[in-house]
Design a protein around this ligand. Structure first.
Ligand SMILES: [Zn+2]
Length: 289
């Protein structure tokens, strides 16, 4: 099956000019990220279902892979480790992944968790424990870019496999406190589906309406909506909109048995409502744009 993204986001530089970020679409909707240190040329890949797309990308550009950063251990994130191991190319790489799931990260050289740092050439990334999708899930913060795996998505958040809602809520709220210009490099191109749900819970949000129009045009061209920014997520990601009276009213109407007092209550109900998938009945014609 071809990838949803046929024209990836072009490589971009961090605000401090110290590294480049490359987006490599893989499988159907995975987004593999490559961080390249400009001072040393050292490169690290963040997650990936396989090495199939990465290897020719590196070879074509003469980029030397030095490290793998794994956010969590689902198959479409550590598949790349398995692949490189089979090819005998994992040896010698730094592999940084969740300490809590060390046994499930092939080639792991350093298990990481909250407060740790990882090195890629001359770069140093901060590690945050961002659970909710899966226990042990970590995010990597380099300068003005966060690689957050399956925690925050464009206009959405990861499925709560391990949960509980309180952990995902805390992870999202923490990420949302990053500088508004921070780029959000998540691991999947799920934005349009997420926006359809967002529209179902907050149709009176003009920022959301504008984002839907823009994202539909981007995707119609086969381009990627990722990365977004923290500013964009704060104004239109339904899982950060618990203060919106419209979101509160919509989820309250959907669940008459739920107490909706705290931001966490509203987040949990919003996540549960998305899981019901009622919003998928909304046709394109009903969406802005
Ligand atoms: Zn996952």
């Amino acid at each position: 099956m071809p990838h949803d993204v046929t024209t990836p986001t072009p490589p971009f530089r961090s605000a401090d000019d110290r590294f480049e970020v490359h987006q490599i679409p893989a499988m159907q909707d995975n987004l593999v990220w490559l961080i390249v240190c400009r001072a040393t040329g050292a490169a690290a890949v963040v997650d990936g279902p396989s090495a199939k797309e990465l290897t020719p990308y590196l070879e074509a550009r003469g980029i030397a892979l030095r490290a793998i950063l794994n956010t969590h251990t689902h198959g479409d994130h550590v598949g790349i480790n398995h692949d490189l191991a089979r090819q005998g190319r994992l040896e010698g790489l730094d592999v940084f992944g969740p300490a809590q799931k060390a046994a499930q990260v092939p080639g792991l050289t350093l298990g990481v968790g909250e407060g740790d740092t990882v090195r890629v050439g001359a770069l140093e990334g901060r590690v945050w424990l961002t659970e909710g999708h899966m226990d042990g899930h970590v995010s990597f913060v380099f300068g003005d870019v966060i690689f957050c795996g399956d925690t925050m998505f464009g206009a959405g958040c990861g499925f709560l496999f391990d949960g509980p809602p309180a952990k995902m809520h805390a992870s999202l709220e923490r990420i949302a406190q990053l500088d508004p210009a921070t780029k959000v490099c998540c691991a999947h191109e799920y934005t349009l589906d997420n926006l359809r749900f967002a529209w179902s819970v907050e149709p009176d949000n003009p920022a959301l309406e504008a984002r839907i129009r823009a994202s539909r045009a981007i995707r119609a061209r086969g381009e990627s909506t990722v990365p977004s920014t923290i500013a964009t997520e704060r104004e239109s990601n339904p899982f950060l909109r618990h203060h919106s009276p419209t979101v509160r009213a919509t989820v309250a109407a959907a669940f008459d048995d739920r107490v909706l007092e705290t931001p966490l209550d509203v987040f949990a109900a919003t996540r549960a409502l998305k899981d019901r998938k009622d919003y998928r009945a909304i046709s394109d014609a009903e969406l802005p744009g």
